[in-house]
Design a protein around this ligand. Structure first.
Ligand SMILES: [Zn+2]
Ligand SMILES: [Zn+2]
Length: 556
């Protein structure tokens, strides 16, 4: 066998050069383990799409080689596509932390046919799968139960950070296990892949605890107001701090928003979220309390349509009406691309008289991802031979690669991958080995479809150009029209003032039918001809390209 072939192969199906859908496949000697299986959110040119998932073709084609799936933490960009992957790999075991397992199980309830029972693991636990020994290592991040993976392979040790920051004073008191990192490093790290989200930010990220202190102050300053806090439902530590502050100042808490209710209930059930049940009030009982006795915790910090906060801002939330005694805290940061929606919600809340505070006005949020100085600590402890920056857009990956170079790494030992790349690593070399099929699939409800497929194309055309439906009734006996064609349009043109256009259309269709030979031409061909004629006409006359649907009704 070629010497080069006997290395580790790391294949990226997402998460590099983009934000979201993190997933990698690690292969040695015809055995594969998968790390994470995340989703991305749709962009503006994907109307009606709920989520975007990676193209799993490569994994499906190599099904028999896949031995296990390891999950670093329970954020959607790491577990969101897991049900769709498990549809293809029903018998592959999934290993994850306790909270991640609970969140995955919640997700799988919507996918009834999947029988997978994810296996809960603890920090320092080692899972041996074929040629790989996978050790889970505790890290700090914006969701509890986050872990890095130290994978011992026949070629050397591969360390993957997962999403992390170095928080010395985390809410659960369980800091990132730097001691274990140093111990693992002593064996020598062949390869490091690490979170690049904040590789452009100098300094250190603030501790989660800082948010608690800021929120505490805001509660004191706004004693007479009703406090509404929008945050990420998965940030269990943030929610724990809010619950503790509410208890301290005798405020009852109301959870609103489906994911907030779901995740808090799940986290409470497994002991990750601790609070006095009497402090929690159902939204239906809100009238029993005065404003200064309440704190409403809601989803919608990204301005998401239909979220609890957006509905409150729009005046569509039954039981909660926003007014000038409301103090709204966005305990979050804007995920790039969501700024417009967030602004919208902020403007609506202001217009209803609420006071609002967000990240740029006070320290009401901290990032869950390591800043430059934390990344330097990580690199300095692990001292990897080879490095691949992951989890970020290209600019973040480049910044992280520059940081590694500043720390003395040789350029030749660093590689920035693209989606679909397979990287080969052995004791002496890191190089691009080849590419595999990759891309995206769109999920609409439970249905998975191709990107750029016909449904998407139609939706885009409908949204921008409208629709024109032509109905023609033909007598099969006489081979002629029984009446003039009927034309119905939506979102295309004003009928009023365009009567002449409609009449010309009808004449064109009539000519088309008259010139059709019913004996030699089939209906499909006649429909296509009508479509082509109208397409040309509409474009010439109105410079428009509506979706045209001809319907032929046959009567005896
Ligand atoms: Zn992530
Ligand atoms: Zn994360």
């Amino acid at each position: 066998m070629n010497k080069l072939q006997s290395g580790l192969k790391l294949t990226f199906l997402g998460g590099v050069g983009e934000v979201g859908k993190n997933i990698m496949a690690l292969e040695y000697n015809n055995e594969i383990i998968i790390i994470d299986s995340g989703l991305a959110f749709p962009s503006d040119d994907m109307p009606g799409v709920d989520i975007v998932i990676p193209d799993f073709t490569y994994l499906i084609n190599n099904k028999q080689k896949i031995k296990a799936i390891f999950i670093t933490h329970g954020h959607e960009d790491h577990i969101g596509a897991l049900p769709y992957l498990l549809r293809e790999l029903p018998n592959v075991p999934v290993y994850a932390s306790k909270l991640s397992v609970a969140l995955i199980e919640n997700k799988l309830k919507e996918h009834k046919k999947i029988k997978c029972k994810p296996i809960s693991v603890k920090p320092k636990q080692v899972i041996k799968v074929s040629n790989f020994q996978v050790e889970f290592v505790k890290v700090t991040h914006s969701i509890s139960g986050s872990m890095a993976l130290a994978i011992t392979t026949p070629v050397g040790v591969y360390f993957h950070t997962g999403d992390f920051k170095i928080d010395y004073t985390p809410i659960d008191g369980d800091a990132m296990d730097l001691v274990r990192l140093a111990e693992i490093s002593r064996k020598g790290i062949l390869l490091l892949t690490a979170d690049s989200t904040n590789a452009e930010r100098p300094g250190f990220s603030m501790s989660e605890r800082k948010v608690g202190a800021t929120l505490d102050n805001l509660f004191v300053q706004n004693q007479s107001k009703r406090i509404i806090i929008a945050t990420f439902a998965s940030n269990v530590h943030r929610i724990q701090q809010i619950l503790d502050i509410c208890e301290k100042y005798n405020r009852k808490i109301i959870f609103t928003g489906r994911s907030m209710l779901n995740i808090c209930e799940t986290a409470a059930k497994i002991g990750e979220l601790k609070f006095n049940k009497e402090c929690v009030v159902d939204v239906n009982n809100i009238d029993k309390y005065t404003d200064n006795q309440l704190c409403i915790l809601c989803t919608g910090s990204q301005g998401e349509e239909n979220s609890a906060l957006a509905r409150m801002a729009n005046g569509e939330f039954n039981k909660i009406e926003i007014g000038n005694n409301d103090y709204v805290i966005f305990s979050s940061s804007a995920i790039p691309g969501n700024e417009k929606e967030i602004n919208n919600v902020i403007n609506l809340l202001y217009s209803k008289g609420a006071s609002i505070i967000y990240e740029s006005l006070a320290e009401v949020h901290v990032s869950g991802h390591a800043y430059q100085e934390e990344l330097k600590t990580l690199h300095s402890i692990l001292k990897p031979k080879f490095f691949i920056p992951v989890h970020g857009e290209y600019r973040h990956l480049r910044a992280h690669s520059n940081l590694a170079k500043d720390l003395g790494m040789n350029d030749r030992n660093i590689l920035i991958p693209e989606i679909g790349d397979t990287i080969l690593i052995n004791k002496n070399v890191i190089k691009k080995w080849g590419t595999v099929p990759s891309g995206i699939k769109l999920v609409d409800g439970l249905e998975v479809s191709e990107a750029g497929g016909i449904v998407q194309r139609d939706r885009m055309q409908l949204a921008s150009e409208g629709i024109c439906i032509v109905t023609v009734t033909i007598s099969s006996k006489f081979g002629s029209l029984t009446s003039k064609p009927d034309i119905l349009t939506r979102g295309f043109m004003n009928i009023k003032g365009n009567e002449e256009v409609l009449d010309e259309c009808k004449d064109l269709i009539l000519n088309q039918i008259i010139n059709s030979n019913f004996k030699t031409q089939d209906w499909v061909q006649i429909k296509n001809n009508i479509k082509k004629t109208l397409q040309t006409y509409f474009f010439k006359k109105l410079k428009r390209k509506p979706l045209i649907i001809p319907i032929i009704i046959e009567t005896k």
